[in-house]
Write a protein that binds this ligand. Structure first.
Ligand code: BES
Ligand code: ZN
Ligand code: ZN
Length: 494
């Protein structure tokens, strides 16, 4: 659970207060005594901090000074991070509720601050017997004249949710979706099998009004999804293939946009067993599928007028008795044959089947999200996804802009033909592993072979999971991709 955000019209009341402001001269009249004003001034001038705080009859007052930064994405990101910091202090003080006071009508900054507070308060405590570390903050109030008035630019949304608070409503929906995504990632494989994953997605569909269908092993076999079945061979658990669809009347796009997510609920590497510690966090190998499920959930809950389909192939990758071995040749859903050179390059096998399955929707665009390669992590680290595209450069530009705005950023890599040479096989149509270099690109070239539509591939192996807390991204599953996709789909509907 994360705190929910609500609007309030009560200006004066004793409570934990956070004043969001750009400079000292903008201090709202009547909010502070002259002694407090002097104190604030002193603190700002001597300590040069962005947050000043003091206590008032047991309640805390925080003043957050918005950075004088022209670049909006950078400025909003510093607001999210400050929100996380203040939420940490409030949780430390066992606060249940706090009010953000919008001193100057800076609604974007205030919402970003609230976003950071809410996401920074996320915890995964399901398996803790003692919950004494549980965060107390449950409600974030916003006092803002600007948010009570409709934002003219966003009138397309007015009919969907109530007039004055649709931005807050939408933000709550989105942040809940991020938390759901994080929960799925943080769940260990001892709970989250492929079957349980599909049940969780069905539940999310039910709650959001989207449609879900789970293809079980029998159907997957009938569809001859040799990639998904092959990876599943070494497991004691059956695979699933979950389809989640939102197709509202009045959708702005004629042809659907299809999202594909890698759902490897645990990646041991299979027969090419992962060495040492590299197996430890491999419950996160379904982060792509979790992001797809959570994005469709948010889109449906917010009733965005867009037709979107999520495809989530899921299995674990284990070295059981029947497991694939290096050298095996499998036949994929689209009839192509693949020489399995390395059983640890399993993600592309299950994604390839989903990508060819996507053709039946005649999509205008397909975007996949996958924790696909260690090579992507080495290339760009934890602060961006590696993006590659074919016939979708315009769409990728739009996606990159969305990524900058929500700080789930993308770095583009090339898809030149030469990289494709490395996945040619002597014995089959393709092999599932390229050379030692540019592994993130040869993986994308492999996937591209199964597409015939505008296509964007996002390798999220870096940003999906962090094992050290990083501001509002938290610890463990970050939910990377949910905010990115939601922002992208809002742009598509405009
Ligand atoms: N799931 C991993 C990729 C990964 C690595 C995700 C690190 C998150 C963090 C993928 O299935 C994998 O094992 N990739 C191998 C491929 C190799 C065997 C060609 C890799 O990148 O090391
Ligand atoms: Zn692997
Ligand atoms: Zn994997």
């Amino acid at each position: 659970m994360i705190p929910s955000i609500v609007l309030t019209s009560k200006e004066q009341e004793l409570r934990h207060l956070i004043v969001v402001i750009s400079k000292l001269t903008k201090l709202p009249a009547g909010l502070f005594s002259s002694a407090e004003k002097t104190y604030i001034k002193e603190q700002i001038e001597t300590l040069k901090q962005e947050v000043v705080s003091f206590n008032r009859l047991g309640y805390w007052v925080y003043l957050f000074f918005i950075k004088d930064e022209k670049d909006q994405p950078k400025r909003l990101e510093s607001c999210r991070k400050a929100g996380d910091k203040v939420a940490g202090l409030l949780n430390g003080q066992k606060a249940i509720k706090a009010t953000i006071y919008d001193a100057e009508g800076k609604s974007k900054e205030v919402l970003a601050f609230a976003e950071g507070m809410a996401l920074g308060s996320y915890q995964f405590l399901k398996y803790k017997s003692e919950k004494e570390t549980e965060n107390t903050l449950k409600e974030i109030e916003i006092y803002s004249k600007a948010l009570e008035e409709p934002d003219n630019k966003d009138t397309s949304h007015v009919s969907r949710v109530t007039h004055h608070d649709f931005r807050v409503t939408e933000l709550n929906i989105l942040l809940d979706a991020v938390a759901r995504c994080r929960d799925l990632i943080n769940e260990p494989n001892s709970y989250l099998t492929a079957t349980v994953f599909s049940e969780e997605v069905e539940q999310m569909a039910k709650e959001s009004g989207a449609h879900a269908e789970v293809l079980t092993k029998q159907k997957i076999a009938a569809l001859k999804m040799g990639g998904l079945l092959g990876v599943n061979q070494g497991s004691h658990e059956p695979p699933t293939f979950t389809v989640m669809e939102w197709n509202p009347a009045g959708a702005k796009n004629k042809k659907p946009i299809v999202l594909v997510g890698k759902g490897v609920v645990y990646d041991s590497g299979g027969m090419n067993l992962k060495p040492g510690n590299s197996m430890l966090n491999m419950k996160d190998d379904m982060s792509g599928a979790a992001a797809v499920a959570a994005a469709v959930y948010a889109i449906a809950k917010a009733k965005l007028p867009v037709h979107v389909v999520g495809l989530m192939p899921a299995t674990d990758n284990r070295p059981g008795m029947k497991a694939l071995v290096p050298g095996d040749i499998i036949t994929m859903h689209n009839g192509m044959t693949v020489e399995v050179v390395d059983t640890d390059a399993e993600g592309r096998l299950i994604l390839a089947d989903a990508l060819s399955y996507a053709k039946r929707y005649d999509p205008s665009l397909v975007i996949d999200l996958a924790t696909l390669t260690g090579s992507a992590v080495r290339a760009i680290g934890k602060f961006a996804a590696a993006a590659m595209q074919s016939n979708a450069s315009g769409e990728l530009e739009k996606l990159k802009r969305s990524g900058d705005e929500v700080c789930e950023r993308l770095a583009e890599f090339p898809m030149w033909d030469e990289y494709g040479e490395q996945i040619k096989s002597e014995l089959a149509d393709l092999k599932n592993l390229g050379g030692a270099e540019a592994g993130l690109i040869t993986a994308a070239k492999f996937l591209e072979k199964f597409t015939d539509y505008p296509y964007i591939h996002l390798d999220i192996a870096g940003p999906a999971f962090i094992d050290k807390r990083d501001s509002y991204r938290g610890l463990g599953g970050t939910g990377y991709g949910v905010r990115l996709l939601f922002e992208f789909f809002k742009k598509v509907t405009r």
